[in-house]
Write a protein that binds this ligand. Structure first.
Ligand SMILES: [Zn+2]
Ligand SMILES: [Zn+2]
Length: 212
């Protein structure tokens, strides 16, 4: 985090970074932590808190539904717990809408947590979706198990894209041969969300050539 001379009181913008398995979300978040000023706060991922804390997981639909509801509530309260810090951007490592992509059905996720898709879409100012690389781009193809895992990762990524499709400010970052190019696109999108009062330093990863 860069020290920042800005002393404005911002209306914090809520930005989601999402993406399927293998999309590079963790690496991009690390770059963001290193690159932006201390008025950008990166929230922890709710699913990591829930599963890392020992919440049961597995293929049984009742268990999947329980875990997705738990993740939803943790996500919502994480967002509620991040106020009053003079932040310019609150960056969410996934948002409540990602739960739809993991919900085993029936189609009643929102009713189950007492809200609606419209209400959840309105929580976020922007969403940046890092796409999972295709099975033949970025994965080792020599191992059939890995190809299967890659195809499953793409299916999840597709479901995430579908879940967020109605967000009015949704930015999709496709996979590129060079991961740095992809990461720079994501960082440039985040920079666009920053107020001018917080742009006192050059973002190192964006220095030099403008991202293509
Ligand atoms: Zn700042
Ligand atoms: Zn500022």
């Amino acid at each position: 985090m860069y020290p920042c001379p800005c002393s404005q009181i911002h209306a914090p913008r809520r930005v989601v970074l999402t993406g399927g398995p293998g999309a590079g979300k963790t690496a991009v978040l690390e770059l963001i932590r290193q690159s932006f000023c201390h008025h950008v706060k990166v929230l922890p991922e709710a699913a990591s808190i829930v599963f890392g804390g020992g919440f049961p997981r597995g293929p049984v639909p009742a268990v999947q539904r329980a875990s997705q509801r738990a993740i939803f509530y943790v996500q919502r309260e994480l967002e509620a717990a991040t106020t009053g810090e003079r932040l310019a951007v609150v960056l969410h490592d996934r948002g409540t809408i990602d739960g739809l992509a993991y919900w085993p059905g029936p189609d009643d996720f929102w009713a189950g947590v007492g809200t609606s898709l419209g209400e959840q879409l309105a929580r976020y100012d922007a969403v940046i979706h890092l796409r999972t690389p295709s099975a033949d781009g970025g994965y080792d193809q020599s191992n059939p198990l890995r190809i299967e895992a890659a195809e499953e990762a793409q299916r999840i990524d597709e479901r995430i894209a579908d879940a967020w499709r109605d967000h009015p400010r949704r930015f999709v970052v496709e996979s590129t041969e060079s991961f740095l190019t992809k990461a720079r696109r994501a960082l440039a999108l985040l920079l666009d969300e920053m107020p001018t009062c917080c742009r006192h330093h050059q973002v190192p990863a964006l220095a030099g050539d403008a991202p293509p």
